[in-house]
Structure formats: structure tokens, C-alpha cells
Write a protein that binds this ligand. Structure first.
Ligand SMILES: Cc1cc2nc3c(=O)[nH]c(=O)nc-3n(C[C@H](O)[C@H](O)[C@H](O)COP(=O)(O)OP(=O)(O)OC[C@H]3O[C@@H](n4cnc5c(N)ncnc54)[C@H](O)[C@@H]3O)c2cc1C
Length: 458
């Protein structure tokens, strides 16, 4: 009989390639889920290594570029690595750090170390899919792909693109009881890694990379797995009880602030969901939070997985494409260039404050993200330009940018994805509209603007 940890991890895995190799070590390629705890890919790799009585290593390859990522995002990722390395050392598992294009460097490592089985993180994003194809094409090792990002593996939640949260919600809710389970712990690995493989990356993970330092490190939050757990505990005690009533108020600190750690996989949504379930908070607060963490977040992943055009207008629903086309030539009251948007130089103090929040802190409150993106549509020369500006700024400045959630968030705001048509109006057509008056009904707009301007000065 197979041990329980194997079955648990295998339930989140799929075999991509079955190589005929009968000796050699096992490796886990960590590229999305940067943590030791609640990491199904690492757990599966260890279970496979134990059953083969083989050594186990974790391989990590830092790519010299990644979309719009700058020093800000690279630093957040790199500062979490020493903690992972130390934790793995205690488990007798080396962390082999590489630097270079992962689709090239990982196959070279597989060949060098004669790896027999590789388990890797699942990620439907465009860049990661290219890396995956390159490693798969190398045919060097048996290859498993493991979904540790979603509670319900994205390929099991549903086999097609879901158009609305309304259709996705019942599917995910049906499967959640099966997947909301406490993962087994890793154990000290009994077989030593035999090779003198040290990895090619310098001790300082960022050395040797020519990163865009135009966007400096964010003032917070602290990166890493332990810091993520501390932030979670603080949220459970202090903010979760207020979530249902105040999550949409950017002046009221009621959200988790966990999205950067979630994005870099320094904490799992499974861990958060389990702890929220046990927390002492009103049921409506827990339900409101889990709707975002499980339904909206996994719906975003579903969109990226099943929609090849997830970052352009072809990925919009038919009604949205038609209505944006009908209003393409509508006169705009204001039209800003990408540079004016980036400089936060619009006529609207609320929009400029949101842009300042993102530039200065690496995050923007969720309510303001919607307003911010919708105004980019309203004040751009075309919907295509609006999408380009929103994606570029989001991915360049947000710590949690380049995420499936960001893709779905921008496409929801500008291109009607996962939404329905509303009353027709200029420029937007039937795309849902937001304005500053609506914001003022929800929260103290002046206090929000004041806070962002102060942050920029301090
Ligand atoms: C235009 C736009 C751009 C966005 N860009 C990003 C991005 O780059 N990266 C990113 O992670 N999220 C993005 N979002 C989604 C959402 O705004 C953020 O996840 C959230 O504000 C993060 O703050 P938090 O962790 O305090 O959220 P909380 O309210 O505490 O929620 C907990 C977690 O649930 C998930 N979540 C919350 N809201 C959403 C949502 N609407 N859709 C999907 N998942 C959600 C996130 O993982 C979040 O960390 C964007 C939304 C919009 C409208």
C-alpha cells in the first residue's frame, strides 16, 4: 500500500512524460511555490525519492528577466531563498541554485546530475509555459507537474473556461471538501545527494543580474515563509473579523495584505483557508474572505489556463468586444499618454493617489485597483492601449504583479471578463462603470488621498 503523503501529493499531480530511466536521483524544480510547508511538489518528489531509495535535491533557477519584473519583485523573491535553503539543509536536501534561462539551464542540470524523476510546479502563465515546453522537450527525466497554487488542482476544477463566478462557484465548492486537507510534513531525507553539484548561481542571488532598478524595493511587507505566517496570524486576529464589512474601504485596514506572499508561493492558499476555517471570526467574514481566496483566485487561474488570449482583447467575451468596438471612436473627455499615467499626472486626485500608492509601496488596495484600471480605459485612446498601460504598470510596480489574479483583474475591469453588460454609456459601452462619486459613497476619499501623498513624502 502506498503511504498517505504519496496519495495526497499525487492527487494534485499529473504525469507529463514517462522517461525510461532506472537509476539516478530525484529533483523538485521550484519556480512558483517558494516554500517548504504545504508544498505538494516537494512532498511528491520526496515520496518518489523514498520509494526509489534515491537522493533528493531542490533546483531553483533565477531567470535574468521575467516580464516587467524589476528589482522590487526580484528582491522579494530572492530574500526568501536563504530561509528555504536553511530549512532544506536541515532535511538533508540540497538547494541547487542556478542562474540563467530556466528552459536551458534546468535541462542542463538534469543531464549533469542524471536526474531520473523531476517534479515541477504548475503555472499556466505564458513565460512559464515556454520553460515547461523546453524541459519537456529535453526528454531527460520522468516529469511530474504539481499544482500547489490552487486548493483544487486547476485541471480538475473544470476542463473548460468558466465565464462567470456563478458557474465556477458550484464546481469548486463541490470539490473543496476533498482538497481542503492538512498536508503531511516533509521528513529528513535518508539518502545523501551524492554529487558535488553546487549550482551556478552566486551566493547573493541578485548578483550578476542586470535588473531594472528604476523601481526600488518596497518598504514592506517582509518577504519569506515565516514572515507570511506571521502576517497571516496578525490578519486572523486583527482584521478578518472586520473583513465582510470593510474589505472594500481602502482607508480601513481590513484586508489580509497576503497577495505578494501568495504570488511568490511563500504561503499557500490551502494554509490560509485551513487557518481561516479555524479562526475565531464571524461566519460572514470567513465566507466573504474565502470567496476571494478560493473562488475568485482559482477562477482567475482557470481563465489564464483556458484562454490563450488572456492578455488581449481577443480574450474578452463577445458582448464586451462588440461594445468596445461600437464605442471605439467616442470622443474622450481626457486622453493621457502611457507616460502621463505612469507619472500619476491626470486631472483626478483619487486616481493619482492610487498610482502613488502602487509606485511608493508596491501595492494598491483592491477597490482602488478596479477604479484605477477602469479610468485607464476611460482616458486612453483605445481599449488596446488601455490594456497595455494597465498590464505594464500593474506588472512593473505591484509586488504581486504578473499573477493570474492580475490578468483576470485587468481583463475584468477593461474587457468585461467574468462580468456582465451594464447600462450603455460613452467609451465604456456596456462595460461596468465606476466613478469618483461612487468611491466617495463608500469611503473617505480625502483621507485616502492624504495618506498616499504622505507616504510618498516619507
Ligand atoms: C485591475 C486589477 C489588477 C489586479 N492585479 C492583481 C495582481 O497583479 N496580483 C494579484 O494577486 N491580484 C491582483 N488583483 C486582485 C486583487 O485586487 C488583489 O489580489 C488583492 O487586492 C490583494 O490584496 P490582499 O491580499 O490584501 O487581498 P484580500 O482581500 O485579503 O484577499 C485575499 C486573497 O484573495 C485573492 N483575491 C482577492 N481579491 C481577488 C480578486 N478580485 N481576484 C482574484 N483573487 C483575489 C488574492 O490572492 C488575495 O491575496 C487585481 C485586481 C484588479 C481589479
Amino acid at each position: 500500500m502506498r503511504p498517505k503523503p504519496f496519495d495526497q501529493a499525487a492527487a494534485r499531480a499529473r504525469l507529463l512524460y514517462d522517461a525510461e530511466t532506472d537509476s539516478g536521483p530525484v529533483a523538485y524544480w521550484m519556480h512558483r511555490d517558494h516554500r517548504l510547508r504545504d508544498n505538494w511538489g516537494l512532498l511528491l518528489a520526496q515520496q518518489l525519492a523514498l520509494s526509489l531509495q534515491a537522493p533528493l535535491a531542490v533546483v531553483h533557477c533565477l531567470s535574468p528577466s521575467f516580464g516587467q519584473a524589476c528589482l522590487r519583485q526580484y528582491a522579494f523573491l530572492a530574500r526568501g531563498l536563504p530561509e528555504i535553503e536553511a530549512g532544506l539543509r536541515r532535511l538533508n536536501i540540497p538547494l541547487i541554485r542556478l542562474q540563467g534561462v530556466p528552459g536551458v539551464e534546468v535541462p542542463k542540470f538534469l543531464a549533469r546530475a542524471k536526474v531520473r524523476v523531476l517534479a515541477m510546479d504548475f503555472d499556466p502563465g505564458r513565460i512559464k509555459q515556454t520553460w515547461r515546453r523546453e524541459v519537456l522537450d529535453s526528454g531527460l527525466a520522468k516529469l511530474w507537474e504539481v499544482d500547489s497554487r490552487n486548493v483544487v488542482p486547476a485541471w480538475m476544477a473544470t476542463d473548460r473556461k468558466e465565464y462567470m463566478a456563478r458557474t465556477f462557484r458550484p464546481r469548486i465548492r463541490r470539490l473543496l471538501p476533498e482538497f481542503l486537507e492538512e498536508p503531511a510534513a516533509l521528513q529528513r531525507h535518508p539518502y545523501d545527494w551524492p554529487l558535488p553539484e553546487q549550482g551556478s548561481a552566486p551566493a547573493d542571488a541578485l548578483a550578476g543580474l542586470s535588473l531594472d532598478a528604476g523601481v526600488g524595493e518596497a518598504p514592506g511587507p517582509e518577504p519569506g515563509e515565516k514572515a507570511a505566517l506571521r502576517l497571516l496570524n496578525e490578519f486572523l486576529e486583527q482584521r478578518l473579523p472586520r473583513y465582510a464589512d470593510h474589505a472594500n474601504d481602502p482607508t480601513c485596514n481590513a484586508v489580509s495584505g497576503l497577495s505578494a506572499h501568495l504570488h511568490f508561493g511563500q504561503i499557500s492558499s490551502l494554509r490560509i483557508a485551513l487557518e481561516v476555517g479555524r479562526a475565531n471570526a464571524p461566519t460572514e467574514a470567513k465566507d466573504a474572505f474565502l470567496e476571494q481566496l478560493l473562488v475568485r483566485r482559482e477562477l482567475a487561474e482557470n481563465y489564464v489556463l483556458h484562454e490563450p488570449d488572456h492578455d488581449n482583447l481577443s480574450g474578452a467575451p463577445d458582448w464586451a468586444r462588440r461594445t468596445l468596438e461600437d464605442h471605439r471612436r467616442d470622443p474622450r473627455e481626457y486622453v493621457y499618454s502611457p507616460e502621463q499615467f505612469e507619472a500619476g499626472a491626470t486631472h483626478d486626485g483619487l486616481w493619482n493617489a492610487a498610482q502613488a500608492e502602487m509606485v511608493n509601496t508596491g501595492r494598491m488596495h483592491g477597490y482602488m485597483r478596479m477604479y484605477w484600471a477602469k479610468k485607464i480605459l476611460e482616458w486612453s485612446a483605445s481599449p488596446e492601449e488601455a490594456l497595455d498601460v494597465a498590464f505594464r504598470l500593474n506588472d512593473r510596480y505591484q509586488l504581486d504583479g504578473r499573477d493570474s489574479n492580475g490578468v483576470a483583474g485587468v481583463m475584468w475591469s477593461i474587457a468585461g471578463v467574468h462580468d456582465q453588460g451594464f447600462k450603455e454609456r460613452p467609451v465604456y459601452g456596456k462595460i461596468r462603470y465606476m466613478n469618483a462619486k461612487g468611491a466617495a459613497r463608500k469611503f473617505n476619499v480625502k483621507a485616502y488621498i492624504r495618506a498616499q501623498l504622505q507616504d510618498g513624502r516619507s
